[in-house]
Design a protein around this ligand. Structure first.
Ligand code: BGC
Length: 326
């Protein structure tokens, strides 16, 4: 009897091991099969122009001598770069037309004004690659834009949410109707990736080489996000409570949904980015708890409650530097 029971247990164990092995194999096969092919819900390329949010600052005066800029050619452009083709150094970069990080096209009247907010601390090499790359990218797209670099100057834990809030205050005071919140280590690869806001918040970096070009989860808004300034005000910006790496963007996604806004994306083949290498930042192990507590506090914690020791604004040729001590 005992022997029969032992045999049946061994058989049971063998079946379990076999099933697990099969499941693992299926997982591995699926992982390789989906490499670079993963897709997510998005706005179709043909519908994009109707979903864009147009608007320029009052400081851009249209010229009668030139036509309005058009953007269809950018959206239709299917040229895409492999990460290895992306130049890390820009020795021949020309700053023509750029002043204080801002550029206005001469050849036509732009329909979009965009503030690019870049949060930053001690990543000089990445900044040196990012800034000229983005100027070349943005000038080609006939946009009026300005790059703000918001630098955390102290040794306190990194607080990206608060830096974005401070940058947003300056960009909104400069009357930019659209904000692009941009990690300094991400560079766009697809020429069709027009750097503008949609009517709803737009997650731009949906397909990053570091993550095998896979969107890791539907509510991800980290990396590069474009959002109308009035929507940034509506969600009261980012929580100021996240210190260290991670969580502030997931909390921001909650804010977006709580205000009945939805997250939009361009198609996968227009949303590819390469990530510049860097050492990982210390993770915020409290992020899930803070996010849970924050659900009831959107109106008290955010853009309206930013506290810092000092801020200095230093306009430079290629960007406006906002140095902050928190
Ligand atoms: C973090 C986010 C981060 C995401 C991307 C999450 O665990 O909370 O802040 O953007 O991972 O990998």
């Amino acid at each position: 009897m005992a022997r029969a029971s032992l045999e049946s247990r061994i058989l049971h164990l063998r079946i379990c091991c076999f099933v697990m092995l099969i499941l693992c194999l299926i997982g591995i096969v699926q992982m390789f099969a989906s490499y670079g092919k993963y897709d997510y819900p998005h706005t179709a390329r043909v519908d994009l122009s109707d979903k864009l949010f147009t608007g320029v600052t009052p400081f851009v005066t249209p010229k009668k001598s030139v036509p309005d800029c058009t953007y269809d050619k950018v959206l239709e452009n299917k040229k895409s770069y492999h990460p290895s083709e992306v130049a890390r150094k820009h020795d021949n970069f020309s700053p023509k037309g750029i002043m204080n990080g801002s550029y206005t096209p001469e050849e036509c009247n732009p329909l979009f004004s965009v503030a690019v907010l870049v949060t930053y601390r001690k990543r000089q090499n990445q900044l040196d690659t990012f800034v000229p790359y983005m100027h070349d990218w943005l000038r080609k797209q006939h946009l009026h834009y300005k790059i703000y670099v918001i630098e955390q100057q102290d040794e306190k834990p990194w607080n990206k949410g608060m830096l974005y809030n401070i940058g947003a205050k300056y960009a909104i005071a400069d009357k930019f109707p659209c904000l692009i919140l941009h990690d300094v280590d991400l560079l766009p690869l697809d020429e069709g990736n027009l750097y503008v806001c949609m009517k709803e918040p737009r997650h731009m970096s949906a397909s990053i080489d570091k993550f095998r070009f896979v969107l890791t989860y539907d509510t991800l808004v980290g990396g590069v996000l474009a959002m109308r300034s009035e929507q940034y005000l509506l969600v009261n910006g980012f929580s100021n409570r996240f210190q260290g790496w991670g969580g502030e963007d997931d909390d921001f996604a909650e804010r977006i949904h709580s205000r009945k806004l939805s997250i939009q994306r361009f198609p996968r083949e227009m949303s590819e980015y390469t990530m510049l290498l860097h050492h990982p930042e210390p993770k915020n192990s409290d992020r899930a708890r803070i996010m849970y507590e924050n659900k009831q506090h959107i109106s008290e914690d955010g853009l309206n409650s930013v506290m810092y020791e000092s801020v200095q604004v230093k306009p430079q040729r290629l960007f406006t530097l906002i140095q902050v001590k928190l």
